[in-house]
Write a protein that binds this ligand. Structure first.
Ligand SMILES: NC(=O)c1ccc[n+]([C@@H]2O[C@H](COP(=O)([O-])OP(=O)(O)OC[C@H]3O[C@@H](n4cnc5c(N)ncnc54)[C@H](OP(=O)(O)O)[C@@H]3O)[C@@H](O)[C@H]2O)c1
Length: 240
């Protein structure tokens, strides 16, 4: 398989890239922005992994990536990259322009890259889209995380549209919703809150990026009958 992982050189994305590149028959393309050193290290560790620099804030970079998708023709797209902050402020204190900016910089590039992948998958008559959401979509949204959770909810609904519109072309679209993991995205969260999250987890430990990568790897090989589903990874701390 030929796989594309966005944000695949750091955090959860790095674990996904490394897990998938360990399959010697697969070729893994991954995007990075700031994590150039990590990208080089992954390329040094795996002869079947190739980094592509792409800043989602730069329309030319995104257009270049879409062009590259048409050339290396992936079988699997993993929408992982997301930046901004998990916690901002309570909703009523956020300037309206901030909602638009975070949407424009994160959601629009993800939609645009997915369109290029679907064009390619339709020509190949097969393909898999796996999108990383968040377990914060289940139950009560964490205070201060409104922008993040709402953007993920928007993406979550779009992933269902991709599933519905493309199932007859052997294209699936599924999502993975992890609970809290230690990464650059969560590094500013107060240690006391991290301790509370750990204590409230039924397993009394935090989810690791490697565990999520294992779930993503499962979906890359899952039967086409698995379509439009969300894999919630939260140790059963909230059940829907
Ligand atoms: N950590 C958690 O608790 C948690 C829980 C649930 C879901 N998630 C989701 O998991 C995914 C990965 O997050 P993470 O925890 O691994 O956080 P992270 O380490 O901050 O990863 C964010 C990724 O986005 C990329 N990125 C940042 N700025 C970018 C830009 N301007 N253009 C393109 N890519 C850019 C980063 O690439 P570079 O490093 O190369 O810049 C990085 O690979 C996200 O979708 C996040 O919402 C995280």
């Amino acid at each position: 398989m030929i796989i594309l992982v966005t944000g695949g050189a750091s955090g959860l994305g790095e674990s996904i890239t490394r897990r998938l590149a360990a399959g010697p028959d697969d070729v893994v393309y991954f995007t990075y922005y700031r994590a150039e050193q990590k990208a080089k290290q992954i390329e040094a560790d795996f002869t079947n992994a190739f980094g592509l620099k792409c800043n989602f804030k730069d329309e030319n970079d995104v257009a270049r990536l879409k062009g590259a998708i048409g050339e290396f023709k992936p079988d699997v797209l993993i929408n992982n990259a997301y930046f901004g902050s998990f916690m901002k402020a309570h909703f009523h204190k956020i300037p309206a322009d901030d909602f638009l900016l975070e949407f424009k910089e994160n959601v629009i590039p993800t939609l645009s890259i997915t369109q290029a992948a679907i064009d390619c998958f339709r020509k190949k008559k097969r393909g898999k889209i796996i999108t990383i959401l968040t377990s914060a979509l289940v139950n009560i949204p964490p205070a201060g995380a409104g922008t993040y959770v709402a953007n993920k909810a928007y993406l979550g609904k779009m992933t269902k549209v991709w599933a519905a519109e493309n199932s007859k072309h052997n294209i699936t679209s599924n999502t993975v919703s992890p609970s809290f993991m230690l990464s650059a995205f969560t590094k500013d969260i107060d240690e006391r809150i991290v301790d509370q999250v750990r204590e409230s987890n039924p397993l009394k430990r935090l989810l690791t990026t490697q565990e999520v990568a294992e779930t993503v790897a499962f979906l890359t090989n899952a039967p086409d009958h698995i379509n439009g589903i969300d894999m919630l990874i939260n140790a059963g701390s909230a059940i829907r």
